[in-house]
Design a protein around this ligand. Structure first.
Ligand code: PEP
Ligand code: MN
Length: 359
């Protein structure tokens, strides 16, 4: 099935889509005042606010519910900003449509569940409202793609995605680790889809919001979604990551927007040249890897003849440690060297194994 995407928000080239607003709607005053302040910036495209909050544990603030839709309606009619909120089931969709919400979004806890995504898809069938789909909590590209396909199949033409990072059980400076490779891979599958970076849920704190938003711009993302609250420390949810409208304005103004290409002949010449060199190196790397695997097969033959086990863990630890040390002198991080070496080692074992089991 050929999938086509229309933009959720149309912006001139080089201008990011800006989505901002509180994590949760708390009161009419909080919602409308935040929207009024954001509207004075002139570059906010969409006002966000959670009405139904999917909290990890019961007992935390679970959103004001339907009454908050009236406040978003006021934002739309009196402040003049388009509005978006999270929906997770049929009831949410019906209510949001009834109150004229402009754009719906699926949260990370909904994208993980195909039953919920399908329920939302069935509820919007026949209504061509734009939908933004957050990545699932776990780093599963297929689950994300599946949710996108379900919504497109419902006849929605304006589908975009939000990258909000992935949960991680180790130590990290992020609340949700970005794993940039996953949204980049998504873009490779769906080149036209608009990708918005939710720096708030990636960072979980204020001091890194700008760096993550800038990184998204450097990676040619289409925009940002940031949580903004008039008094962030007093927010009823996600207080640590929310910023005031004034701080948000500074953040947006400081963003450097890169162009994706240039018509300048000198630039084109240089970049073509550099790319050619990169292609040659990639080719060399593949040739070398091919040679390395042939050697692994020879070793496999030899081990088989002498009835020796494939895995020699001392030798493997030694290879890894030496590679990390050498890698460091070439400016390669330990993590990178470990990932590459582990992949090569696994492929090598697979080759040897094939030899071992062959007649
Ligand atoms: C939110 O945007 O407030 C939210 C609940 O986000 P996520 O689904 O990314 O956790
Ligand atoms: Mn939030």
């Amino acid at each position: 099935m050929e999938l086509t995407f229309k933009p959720v928000i149309e912006k001139p080239k080089g201008q990011p889509v800006i989505i901002a607003g509180p994590c949760s709607a708390e009161s009419e005053e909080q919602v409308v005042n935040t929207a009024k302040e954001l509207a004075t910036h002139g570059n906010v495209d969409l006002f966000r606010s959670g009405i139904w909050k999917p909290r990890t544990r019961p007992g935390s603030f679970e959103g004001v519910g339907t009454v908050g839709l009236n406040w978003l309606k006021t934002v739309k009619e009196e402040v003049g900003l388009k509005v978006t909120t999270e929906v997770a089931n049929r009831q949410h969709v019906f209510e949001a449509l009834k109150y004229g919400i402009d754009v719906l979004w699926l949260g990370a806890r909904t994208t993980v569940n195909p039953f919920s995504v399908q329920e939302v898809a069935d509820a919007i069938k026949g209504v061509d409202i734009p939908v933004l789909i957050k990545n699932p909590i776990n780093p599963d590209l297929k689950l994300w793609m599946g949710a996108i396909e379900r919504i497109l199949k419902a006849g929605v033409t304006r589908v975009g995605v939000i990258h909000r990072g992935f949960s991680y059980h180790g130590q990290s400076e992020y609340r949700n680790v970005p794993r940039w490779q996953i949204p980049i891979e998504l873009k490779r599958h769906f080149p036209e889809v608009q990708i918005i970076c939710d720096n708030s849920h990636i960072c979980g704190r204020r001091d890194t919001l700008y760096a993550v938003a800038q990184k998204a711009m450097d990676l040619s993302f289409d925009g940002i979604m940031t949580e903004v609250h008039p008094t962030p420390d007093e927010a009823w949810s996600d207080a640590a990551q929310q910023i005031t409208p004034a701080t948000f304005k500074e953040l947006v103004n400081a963003l450097q927007i890169r162009v994706t290409t240039s018509e300048n002949p000198e630039y084109k010449n240089t970049i073509d040249h550099l790319r050619q060199e990169i292609d040659e190196i990639d080719n060399e790397l593949l040739n070398l890897l091919g040679r390395r695997m042939s050697l692994a097969e020879n070793i496999g033959e030899y081990k088989k003849r002498n009835n020796i086990a494939i895995l020699q863990s001392d030798r493997w630890s030694e290879i890894l440690e030496t590679a990390k040390t050498v890698g460091k002198t070439k400016g390669l991080s330990e993590d990178f060297v470990a990932v590459i070496l582990k992949a090569i080692h696994q492929e090598s074992i697979n080759h040897q194994e094939r030899i071992m089991v062959s007649e």
